[in-house]
Structures are given as C-alpha cells and as structure tokens.
Design a protein around this ligand. Structure first.
Ligand code: ATP
Length: 892
C-alpha cells in the first residue's frame, strides 16, 4: 500500500514513521540508518572516456596544421619526416593528456576539500557533521545562506524563504512554513518541505530529514548540482586565439618561403616542400596549452596546501593581478574569538574576568570589587534566549558552536550565574527575527510555561537604543539618557571593542514581526566584547603594502571599533573612515575618489560592498573581495575575484566566490595573491621561453631558403629538435620557485605583458641570436673542413644548447641570472636535462640514429665551441635583460 506523502502528515506521524523524535536520532541509530540508506550524496557524473580526452588533445588548429603537414609529407614519400612529425603530435598529445589528467585530478581533489556541513541534533546535542552523513530521521537546523542538505519536512520555520529554482525552475523564492498541506499538493507548492539543493534566502528553520542522496527529489529528477568545471581561463582562451593567428602567419610565411625558394633561387620543389613543412612544424608552439594548464593546476594545488581553495581556474590568473583587497574585519583580520570584557548598566560599569569560552569567571565593578549588578539576571536571560549558539567542552577545551559573538554571550550568561539548558527549557521560543547584517539586530519571542511572553532584543547599540524608552534600574525603569549611554559606548569602541545592546519588553502576542520592534523596549545594558586582531594579519598587511596592494576594511561594525582595529594592524593611518550612512549621502560622482582614499568602511551593508567594488573597479583596480553572508553574493560576483570564508561563510557566498579560504584568514588570502603572482610569473617565463626557441628553429630554415643558402639544419633534423625540446624544456619552468621580489613590485594583471610588445621584441632578439649562432657555426665548421654531416650535427647541438642556455635566462623575468643561484632551486630543470642530454648524445653518436638523421659524430673541440657559443647566448640575453632593467629604472 502506498504511504501518504510526507507533506500531508502531522508531525507525530512523521516522527513515528521515521523512528525519530524532536531531540534527533541517537548516534547508534544514525550509524545504522547510514548503512541502510547509504551516504547522502549523488552519484558522480560520468567523466569523459580516456580515449575521448586523448583525442581532445588533437582538437587544436596548430595540431591540424601538423597533421596535414605529416600527411602530405607521407604521401610525397618522405617516410622519416612523416614519422617524426607524427611523433611530435603523439608525444605532445600524450604529454597534454597526462598533464590535463593531473590538472583535472588536482582540481577534483581540491573541490572535495570543500565538504558541506550540516548542523544536526544527535544524542540531543547540536553538532556539525558532513552533509554526506545525514540520514532520514536526522533533525537539521538550517538558516539563511545554507544550501538545504537533504529533503526535509519542516518542524519549525521562521521567516523562511527558499530559492527552489534548481529543482522546480521557479525563479522567485518561496515562503515556507511548518503547516502540513493536502496530499495532492504539487511539488512546488509544498510549503512544509525543503528540497535538497535549494538555497535559503532568509530566515531559520528546523526540519527532519525524510530523503537523502538519490532518493531526494533532486536525485530523482537526475539533475546534478555539481557544476561543470572547465580548464579554460581567459589566458588559455587568449592563447588559443593567438595560436590561430600564429598558425595563419606560419602558413603565410611558409608559402612565402616556398615561393621565394622556388621562383628566386630555383630550388627543387620537393626539397623545398619538406623544408617549408619543417619550418611550419618548428614555428608552432604545440606544447604551450599543456604547459599553461599544468602551471595553473600546480599553482592551484600549492594554494590548496595553504588553505586557499580555488573553485574556478580563471581565478588563479586574476589573483596575481589583484591591486586592492576588500576584506571583512571579524574573523578575517581578527581572530573571531569573542570575549565579553565589560558590561555597562544603568547602575555602573563592570569588568569580566575569565579566559576564552570557558564559562568560568566573574564580575568586578569599577573599583575592582567583586559583585553582580541587580540587572544581571535579566541581562543573562536576554543573552541566552536571543541566541542560537552554544558551548561545547572537548578534551577540557571550551569551544563555540555557532556564531562566536553569540557564544560569547552564552559564556557571559554562565558567568552571571544562569544555566543555559534550564533557561531555554523554562522559556521556549515562540518566534524569532534572526540576525541579519542589514538591520544588525536579532529578536526572540519567548513564553514561559505560565504563558507570559517577552521579546528579547539584542543588536548594535544605534539600532537598539532608539527602540528603548527607558533603562532598567533597581527601583524601576528610568527614562533613557541616550547621550550618556552613547558617550560610555564610544569610549569602549575607541579601544576596538565590539558592542551589543540588550533590551526587552513584555507582550501577549505569539508571533513576531519587524513592526513589533519599533518601540517600547527597556534597555538592560551594553556588552563590550574583545576580538583581538590576528598577529599574522599584521604581517600580511605589511606584505600588501610592500606589494602595492591596497587594503580596504569593509565591516558591519562601528566606525570607531573598526578604525581602532585597522590601526592596530598597521593601516588606515590617515584615520579616515566612511560609514554606510555617509556613503549613502555621497554623490555617485564622488565615490571613486572617496573609496580610493578611505581604507575603513564601517556599518556597511552588503549593498555598500557591491558599490564599493564597482567604484574601485571604475578607478581601474582589480579587486579581491571577501564575503560570508547570503547577501554578499552580488559583491563577490562583481569583484574580480570573490573570496568566501570556509568556516563562517554561508554556502551561498561560497558558490558565488572564485576562491574559498578554509581558515577564513587574511594572511591566507595574501599568501594566495603571492602564489597567483608566482603562477603568472611562471606562465610568462614559459611563454617567453617557448616562442623565441620555436622562432629560432623556424628562422634557421627560413633564412637559409630566403638567402638561397645551404640548409644548416635539414628539415628532419629541425623536426627532431622540435620533438625533443618542445614539451620538455619549458615544462621545467612550471616548477620555478617564487622570485625574491614577487611581493615587492606593483601588481600586474596576468594578461598584461604576456603577449605584448616586449614579448615580440624578445621573440625577435632570441630567435635571431640562436639562429645566427647555429648558422654561423655550421658555415664555420664547413669552412674549417668538417664534413657536412658533422657540421649539421654541430648546428643541431648548438641550437639545442642555445635553448638550454636560454632556459636558464628565462628562470628570472627581470632579475639577473648571472651567479650560482641560477643552478639552484628548481630540480625539474635537471630532470629534463637528464632526459634531453642522453637523447642528444644518441642522436650524435649512435650509428642507426646517425644514418637516419644524416649526421656524423663530433670531436671534443667541436663540443667546446658549442659550449662557448651557448654561454655567449646566455650572456647576450643577460645583457638585454640588464638594459631592460636600466630602461625600466630610468622610466620610473
Ligand atoms: P564583518 O562585516 O567585518 O564581519 P562584523 O561581524 O562586525 O563585521 P556584522 O556581523 O554585520 O559585522 O555585525 C554588525 C553589528 O551587529 C555588530 O557590531 C554587532 O553590534 C551586531 N551584531 C553582530 N552579531 C550579532 C548577533 N548575532 N545578534 C545581534 N547583533 C549582532
């Protein structure tokens, strides 16, 4: 018989059917259910087959040109040339395939580091567990910003608004409530259910899991929540475009060379054709895509090891070019370890003793006498009831569960002598207005068992004080002296303290709306919390200043608190702060200048964040923006790179971000920017290496044909050089360690300077240099009476040696490579040389290879000349770099 659907059952039936209860499952029952139902996860989407991924490597204009050349060469009967060309294609595809596989695996592994957590009640206690561990019957707490982890039947819902577009296609968020609905209600109308994968836009709720994994609706419709990740980035796309242009230019050059060779110098068509094919193959940087991908992927892995998880590959490139970081304060620059230090009541100020979250300590008054203010009990009750956090003791250490600000209030209540569990039991919550950064307050409506109701209010003082008419005093509440309270608050805020006001009023109502918070409250007191700045953040701030990266603190906290913290960290020395209110009053035209000059933005809402980013971008900045709340998503998307917090961030923020910091720390973000710069440098190095070396190989042939000279290196020999150097040498540059000055120069975007005028010059200079050396040596050796076969061998080897020398130049973009340091720091170079040099020796000395490539062995003196010329190439490039540095210094 078919069971009635979950949404039509009343809660007692739901509990009975799931063998669960409002306090949740026991760990044992959950473990048993997990064995029966399996993990709460959807099956992995099928990956492209290995064969298709391999063939995908050939899908590139440059490779088409190579394949066509190979085919025609084969048809013309040049078997060896064709074999080498196909070998180039195969080796390249194989290397590309392996590297892409590694890159994908690296990204895949990294994404799985970002596990989703769910807050559940197990064994009657709140715990955070991996969403995969959820089972039917689990009681789950959800709130704004969460992605619903499984299909839930709601038990309680406060202002809950769910975005179900992923499931129903309905783009407007839907209001949810705990009331059951008729059995035949359509999926999109079942208000008392939350669907796995939908995003909560507002509110809080408590629900019981009714279906997990593939059994949940999202699994049934077979839609995948997993996003498709591609290895494309703006840079790889720019390079693909460049590759197409290069292929065209190469074809034109080949045609031109052919025409000149045939018509002007009357060379035989067949020989000319092969030379031209060799030219085209040599000019094509077929290894470039693989090297770019692996450089990015290696960087992503290094970042992950430093707790910065890249969600989208393009973010890596952007990171290196970041010129301004917009950061939250709480938890990012500060430790997010809240401790209440002071209590301000109408009858005096009190200090609190005790360390961290341990609920031990007491109060002393301004004279240092121990004691409790008469209002203590009410303050403690407000702190406990208008609160969703808890404390947990583990191995003798007390830790917060939930928001640290609220956990600090639980600690306060304990120090004031109240028992959290007892109070919550005695006055259960009837309704709540959850905290949101826009209104900066939270209210809870609670009723005791005699039916007396109270609204408990807590929030930023300037939100709460205007709602209070009186302040609590032992003889009865007195009219509120607003100015006096504000002066007292200012003193503490100026010391970097975070302030919260607590208030209450009695009521007979059973439901709470925002209008109920307008007036009539009695102020109980102000609480001042300390949240010390992170020591590492201070160093990271200094690093940013050295690297020309601007810092903007954008916080929901007060201006004076924010400024005090900024100063402690070493920025905002000009003392300028703009509050959200001041920003609102600012004409749009003044924004770009104002945001440029100000480093601290206080009482800012997520909307301000969005406008600040846009204004900074209008001024030409590349902005990294941190965020955690559900409303931060637009600003995170607007920023050049959105950075979400892994610990205190919502799922909504994470999904909008390009990167997630698993430890929420500012210094991790700065380390990622540094890593981004290293990656950009290494990409630049690889490109600056590959293009000129390919250029040199092509130029040797072009020059010989155009000048009507004997080929110093035959087409098949060029193909050999191309085959063994194309992927090997440049790959080593992906492993380059950071240069000493990475964080001592101003930021530059990845795309700038990659394919610019300087690169063109470098391609020209090095191509001519190496080609000239190869041609020169060939003719010199011939003139000295060396056989043609041996002279060609010398030319081949000096070309390869020149490339190796240039590889060492390329290890430093601008800095000098002269010195022993050039031999240290990158073992990958020695690995590729260990592969390359034996191959070259075989080519030069092994009989069959000699015959195949028509070369003859060299004597020791010839090697000495090769070595000298390679050293000459190295020195010549160093001279060019030194001139570049000089020119750069003159300009700045
Ligand atoms: P940041 O944006 O840097 O993370 P923040 O955490 O200080 O800064 P919000 O969380 O938006 O900013 O808090 C702003 C203000 O709202 C705080 O200064 C405090 O007065 C008040 N507030 C913070 N948390 C709560 C809460 N859970 N309940 C009520 N009021 C709160």
């Amino acid at each position: 018989m078919q069971q009635p659907p979950w949404h039509s059952l009343d809660l007692n039936e739901v509990w009975a059917r799931l063998a669960s209860q409002p306090a949740g499952l026991s760990s044992a029952a959950a473990a048993q259910a997990l064995r029966v139902h399996g993990p709460n996860a959807l099956p992995e989407p099928a990956r492209r087959s290995a064969m298709r991924r391999w063939l995908g490597q050939l899908d590139n204009v440059l490779i088409y040109v190579l394949l066509a050349a190979g085919l025609i060469t084969a048809l013309l009967g040049h078997a060896l040339d064709a074999v080498v060309i196909f070998a180039v294609v195969l080796i390249n595809a194989q290397v590309g395939f392996l590297q892409e596989g590694r890159a994908e695996a690296a990204l895949h592994g990294i994404r799985s580091l970002l596990t989703r957590e769910a807050l559940v009640l197990r064994d009657g206690q709140r715990q955070s567990i991996a969403a995969e561990q959820l089972v039917p019957g689990d009681v789950v707490l959800v709130q704004a910003g969460d992605r619903v982890p499984a299909d839930l039947r709601l038990i309680e819902a406060y202002q809950l608004l769910a975005d179900e577009a992923a499931l129903t296609g309905e783009s407007l968020p839907v209001e949810k409530s705990a009331t059951p609905c008729a059995p035949d209600t359509a999926l999109a109308e079942r208000r008392c259910q939350l669907w796995s994968g939908s995003l909560l836009r507002r509110g809080q709720g408590l629900g019981v899991v009714v279906a997990t994994g593939p059994a949940a609706e999202i699994g049934r419709i077979g839609q995948l929540v997993a996003e498709a990740h591609s290895l494309d980035t703006p840079l790889t796309l720019a390079l693909a475009r460049f590759g197409r242009q290069l292929a065209l230019a190469t074809l034109l050059l080949a045609l031109l060379t052919f025409a000149v060779g045939r018509l002007v110098h009357g060379l035989p068509a067949d020989e000319l054709f092969i030379a031209v094919v060799g030219l085209a193959v040599a000019a094509i940087p077929e290894g470039l895509p693989a090297i770019v991908t692996i450089t990015l992927a290696l960087g992503v892995r290094r970042m992950a090891a430093q707790r910065a998880i890249v969600r989208r590959l393009p973010a890596v490139e952007t990171l290196g070019g970041v010129s301004t970081i917009c950061t939250d304060k709480t938890g990012t620059l500060t430790r997010n370890e809240m401790t209440v230090r002071a209590l301000l009541t109408a009858e005096g100020d009190y200090q609190l003793s005790g360390l961290g979250y341990a609920p031990h300590g007491g109060l002393s008054d301004a004279q240092g006498r121990l004691g409790m203010p008469p209002v203590a009990e009410l303050i403690a009750r407000a702190a406990l009831l208008c609160n969703d956090a808890d404390l947990r003791e583990q191995d003798g250490e007390w830790q917060p569960v939930g928001d640290p600000t609220e956990a600090a209030l639980v600690v306060l209540a304990c120090k004031l002598g109240l028992q959290p569990a007892y109070e919550r039991e005695a006055c259960p919550r009837s309704d709540v207005i959850p905290f949101d950064p826009e209104h900066r307050l939270m209210a809870s409506l609670n009723h005791d068992h005699a039916g007396h109701g109270h609204i408990w209010l807590k929030g930023a003082p300037e939100q709460v004080l205007p709602r209070c008419e009186r302040a609590w005093q032992s003889g009865g509440a007195q009219p509120l002296q607003l100015d006096a309270w504000q002066t007292r608050a200012n003193i503490l805020a100026g010391q970097g303290m975070r302030l919260l006001a607590l208030a209450m009023r009695s009521t007979a109502q059973r439901e709470l709306s925002f209008a109920d918070l307008d007036e009539g409250f009695v102020l109980l007191g102000l609480v001042a919390m300390q949240d010390p700045p992170r020591e590492e953040a201070r160093q990271a701030v200094a690093a940013c200043q050295g690297a020309g990266v601007g810092i903007k603190m954008i916080t929901g906290d007060r201006p004076d608190t924010a400024l005090a913290i900024a100063r402690e960290l070493g920025f905002a020395r000009n003392g300028r702060v703009l509050s959200g209110q001041q920003l609102d009053a600012l004409p749009a035209a003044d924004w770009p200048l104002a945001v440029q000059e100000t480093e601290v933005f206080a009482r800012a809402s997520p909307e301000h964040k969005l406008r600040i980013v846009a204004a900074l971008q209008a001024g030409g900045a590349a902005v990294a923006m941190t965020g955690d709340g559900v409303n931060d998503a637009p600003a995170l998307k607007q920023a050049d790179i959105g950075v979400a917090m892994g610990q205190k961030g919502t799922e909504a923020a994470r999904e909008a971000a390009g990167m997630v910091l698993t430890d929420d720390r500012f210094d991790t973000l700065v380390a990622a920017v540094r890593e981004g710069r290293v990656i950009n440098d290494n990409l630049k190095k690889a490109i600056r290496f590959i293009l000129p070396t390919n250029g040199a190989e092509a130029l040797v042939l072009v020059a010989a044909v155009l000048l009507g000279m004997q080929l110093p290196i035959s087409a098949v020999q060029i193909l050999w050089i191309n085959m063994i150097t194309a992927v090997t040498l440049a790959l080593a540059l992906a492993f380059e360690p950071p240069e000493a000055d990475v964080m001592q120069r101003p930021p530059r975007p990845a795309s700038a300077g990659l394919l610019d005028g300087f690169l063109l010059w470098r391609v020209f200079y090095v191509s001519v240099l190496i080609a000239a050396v190869a041609m020169g040596l060939f003719h010199w050796e011939l003139a000295r009476g060396m056989s043609e076969a041996a002279a060609r061998n010398a030319a081949v080897n000096v070309l390869v040696a020149g490339e190796i020398a240039y590889l060492f130049n390329s290890r430093y973009l601008r800095a000098s490579a002269l010195g022993a340091h050039v031999l240290r720091g990158n073992p990958a170079i020695w690995w590729v040389l260990a592969a390359l040099i034996p191959a070259q020796l075989l080519f030069s000395y092994w009989g069959p290879m000699n015959r195949l490539f028509e070369v003859a062995p060299l004597d020791l003196a010839a090697w000495a000349r090769i070595g000298l010329l390679a050293a000459g190439v190295f020195i010549a490039v160093e001279c060019e770099k030194a001139l570049g540095r000089y020119w750069h210094a003159m300009r700045s």
